[in-house]
Write a protein that binds this ligand. Structure first.
Ligand code: TRP
Ligand code: ZN
Length: 879
């Protein structure tokens, strides 16, 4: 147990900083055990009359001076979190501190740390205070000049934000480099990287004709795996110019890839730092999914230069201002680079799996939270993914042209500022000429609204009446919700499978076939005229709002829509709804001993997709995969029995595989690609469909499936096909499985990123011995608790992607993960708290599992010397 409960920080308590820091000058002398930081802050009073309180953690303080005069020990106070100075000059002054920190002891990976011998920083959200005393808050923006001193052999490369201004040799084999960043920025965007790095270089000419140098720095030996990241960066730079009119602003843009990193990547000004998993790619080591993630994250961090850096956040409650908006921007980029419907489908899958779960459980919070204990716990699916959905809804309501006008105005008004959600909404409302007053509730109300739709066709009057209503269930601290402004795109599909031109009551003539209705009341009705025949409604096309939609559509309507809907997203949605209904019925039937269903209509849809030459393979791959076990658990919602879900889903898969054996085999062979690997969307789509066929074949009748998988594993010339075959085998208890896992290890044991895949595949196996294997692997040389990627590859994969085994009825899976949370908390609280998130939906399981989960949560909550991070998640999850 913690000795004292940490106090929450509240949005309503925001006050502007008492001091302004116009300039920061840093001189950092790197040493693993004793890095010396001399910091000069040029400051002046901004507001109030109080003392100067600077943030600082885990720092050894050697000296404090003001305007060059050293302060005596009574002139300041330093505790573990702050440096307080009472007596200050009236006018501007320079505060100098000399402190040290120990990067080699830093296992939390926030502040300055060592990653495989490379010095590297992570300052967001509050890591800078572990480097130097500072006003470590996003609304304190300064111009930084950074001088780095280090041993020239150990650290030949010395990098920081901005432009290089000086470098040279020093005595004793040391050298220095000085960087100057002319753009005022908050401390969280500061970065320093130093070490024995190599780089690849390219150039980019901006819209206005300036030439920018692009460099990607990696550990020696990885130079041959940066090409895709560099191409993706240039595509992102060009896209931001075209789509948003945003140009890059420094002469150099640098990216560094490191192997120890808490998150995906970080947008430090001019010096992005990446988890190397999202940079390094070669066809034989990276999958299509890796390539897609690299492209998206490179773009995301690059786009932050405008949405995050040029316009930053006033305080951390405004995090969605940069994250939601930047996710929306990277989603749009990917949609333009690849297939828009497939991107939308995978984003909605992700949203439902993570954000809807979060919003429906004890950790539900608004997109703009009103309080937090540890800000690192608020880099959530809600802030990122739902935050992006809110931007998307504004885009839907405004249309592309007016949205762009709104964004232009936002940049014009707030460039160089630390802004708020209100600033953003005002700019969008003014620029796009929208009324967003009611829409704003999306930012403050948590929970997923439910929309109920019912339609009625009047054959005599040729009208179709649609009634929509909304409710939102209570969430922690929010018993009552006001109605949301919900944009709902819809179409009406005629019996011939064609969209009907829509004409609402009071309109002169029919118009578009898809239109957006705004549901703003608790209930509203629309009537469409001149509807010749009874239509099937296609609602929430493109998933225009993050809501749960219930309709009175029948099974046959869903079968009709999955064959005919002109909106690809809704074709997929109809198929998923149909399959979900079927699977839930199968779960119920198991309990009551009824006969399982064969899923003939679903199999028929798959058959048509497989034989059709017209469907995009990438889209077909999305269509034929059944809803995941987690999705089904969520749809069932209470007293979930994971064994029953697994059995039903595997039963249906086997049934489909048996019905479609010939078509699956034919498609598998027809989709083989001749010629060299290319990561582009067209080729990736073929591989995705082919591997989805393989997964079915492996659970189908006869040995061919396993034989095919083993052959594909042996012959694959790219990691996508190699890993797809291995994942199929990993679920099947057969000699081919053992042989493939051994061979894979022998082939890739020196490649840490590929080893992560090897760990994950074993952690996700449905076989009964998986927990034992995972425990054994925690002692394997390929694993270490000190690297977040390893923890995520093995333990997080087991806890979040193996519903069957993590939730085993004996509670052993829970006990293991809770043990690891406690062990990890002493090393890396951020990653430990995230892992504990695996318990967040504990209330949805049947009593035995629910109680076992609660027991482990309580055990974690009672842990000694708990971090704020884990304390907050444990206590809030228990509720
Ligand atoms: N700002 C980063 C992004 O989304 C996220 C991030 C990287 C982060 N490292 C972090 C957040 C450490 C919290 C802590 O692009
Ligand atoms: Zn981001």
């Amino acid at each position: 147990m913690r000795t004292e409960d940490p106090r929450p920080i509240r949005l309503k308590d925001y006050t502007p900083p008492a001091f302004k820091v116009d300039e920061v000058r840093l001189e950092i002398e790197l040493d693993p055990a004793d890095t010396r930081v001399r910091s000069q802050l040029k400051m002046r009073r901004n507001a109030g009359t109080g003392p100067l309180v600077l943030d600082g953690e885990k720092l050894k303080l050697h000296e404090v001076s003001i305007d060059g005069v050293k302060l005596g020990p009574n002139a300041y106070q330093a505790d573990g979190e702050h440096l307080t100075i009472l007596d200050l000059p009236e006018g501007p002054f320079t505060l100098e501190t000399l402190t040290s920190c120990a990067p080699e002891d830093n296992t939390a990976l926030t502040g300055l740390y060592l990653s495989s011998g490379i010095y590297c920083t992570q300052c967001e959200a509050e890591g800078f205070r572990r480097i130097a005393y500072s006003l470590d808050r996003p609304d304190a923006m300064s111009v930084f000049t950074t001088r780095i001193v280090a041993d020239a052999k150990a650290a030949p490369v010395l990098l920081s934000n901005g432009n290089p201004v000086a470098q040279g040799k020093l005595a004793d084999g040391r050298h220095f480099a000085e960087w100057h960043d002319p753009f005022p920025k908050p401390t969280y965007l500061f970065a320093l990287v130093a070490g024995d790095l190599v780089h690849v270089e390219d150039k980019f000419r901006t819209l206005s004709g300036r030439e920018v140098t692009l460099r990607i720095f990696v550990e020696r030996g990885n130079e041959d795996r940066c090409g895709y990241a560099m191409e993706a960066l240039k595509r992102a730079m060009k896209w931001d110019e075209e789509a948003f009119g945003r140009e890059y602003d420094l002469d150099i843009f640098m990216i560094v890839a490191v192997s120890a990193f808490n998150m995906g990547a970080m947008e430090n000004k001019g010096l992005n730092v990446f988890n190397d998993k999202y940079i390094l790619a070669r066809p034989d080591t990276a999958t299509d999914a890796d390539y897609a993630a690299i492209e998206a994250i490179i773009a995301h961090e690059y786009f932050h230069n405008w949405t995050g850096n040029r316009i930053t956040c006033r305080d951390w409650f405004q995090l969605c201002l940069k994250e939601g908006l930047t996710v929306f921007r990277d989603q749009e980029f990917t949609s333009d680079m690849r297939s828009r419907p497939v991107k939308r489908i995978s984003d909605v899958r992700l949203l439902r799996a993570h954000q809807f779960t979060e919003d429906g459980g004890p950790l539900a919070h608004p997109v703009r939270p009103d309080s937090y204990i540890e800000i690192n716990n608020f880099y959530t699916a809600t802030v990122y993914e739902k935050g992006a959905e809110l931007c998307r809804m504004i885009h839907t309501l405004a249309g592309p042209k007016r949205f762009r006008k709104g964004m232009d105005l936002y940049f014009e008004r707030h460039d160089g500022e630390a802004a708020t959600v209100e600033n953003f909404l005002d700019a969008l409302a003014d620029g796009a000429k929208l009324d967003l007053a009611q829409f704003k509730r999306w930012y403050s109300q948590s929970g997923t609204p439910e929309v109920l739709a019912s339609g009625r066709y009047d054959a005599a009057r040729k009208t179709y009446t649609l009634k929509l209503s909304q409710v939102c269930a209570p969430t922690p601290g929010q018993p009552v919700k006001e109605p949301y402004h919900i944009p709902i795109a819809l179409g009406l599909v005629g019996p011939d499978g064609r969209d009907i031109k829509l004409q609402l009551d009071g309109e002169e003539k029919p118009g578009a076939t898809t239109r957006v209705l705004s549901l703003t009341e608790r209930e509203a009705t629309w009537r469409f005229r001149n509807v010749a025949d009874k239509p099937v409604p296609s609602l929430l096309r493109g998933f225009t709002a993050p809501v749960k939609l219930s309709t009175n559509l029948k099974e046959r309507d869903l079968v009709f829509l999955m064959a005919h809907d002109s909106d690809s997203f809704n074709r997929w949605e109809a198929a998923q709804r149909y399959a979900t209904g079927l699977l839930i019925a199968m779960v119920d039937a198991q309990k009551k001993g009824g006969a399982p269903r064969k899923g003939t209509a679903f199999a028929e849809t798959i058959r048509k997709l497989l034989v059709s030459k017209k469907t995009d393979p990438d889209f077909a791959a999305q269509m034929i995969v059944l809803p995941s076990e987690q999705t089904l658990a969520q749809a069932i919602g209470k007293d979930v029995d994971v064994d029953a879900i697994h059995a039903a889903r595997e039963g249906l898969r086997a049934s489909i595989a048996a019905q479609l054996k010939d078509e699956l085999l034919a498609a598998y062979h027809a989709l083989a690609i001749d010629g060299p690997y290319s990561p582009d969307a067209a080729h990736a789509g073929k591989r995705a469909l082919r591997n989805a066929c393989l997964a079915y074949l492996a659970v189908g009748p006869g040995p061919e499936g396993v034989e095919l998988a083993a052959a594909q594993f042996a012959q694959a010339d790219n990691m996508t096909d190699e890993i797809a075959a291995l994942s199929v085998l990993a679920h099947i208890d057969c000699p081919e499985r053992v042989a493939a896992l051994e061979k894979f290890y022998a082939r890739w044991k020196d490649n840490h990123l590929v080893m992560d895949k090897w760990l994950s595949i074993q952690a996700m196996s449905a076989l009964p011995g998986t927990l034992g294997e995972v425990k054994r692997l925690t002692g394997h040389p390929a694993f270490t608790m000190r690297n977040p990627n390893k923890v995520r590859a093995l333990i997080t994969a087991f806890a979040t992607m193996n519903q069957l085994r993590f939730h085993s009825a004996d509670g052993k899976g829970y006990e293991f993960v809770a043990d690891k949370v406690l062990e990890l908390d002493a090393l890396n609280p951020q990653v430990a708290a995230r892992l504990l998130g695996a318990f967040k939906s504990w209330r949805q399981f049947e009593p035995k599992r629910r109680n076992a989960m609660a027991r482990q949560l309580k055990r974690v909550a009672a842990g000694e010397r708990l971090s704020r991070d884990v304390y907050e998640i444990a206590s809030k999850t228990l509720g």
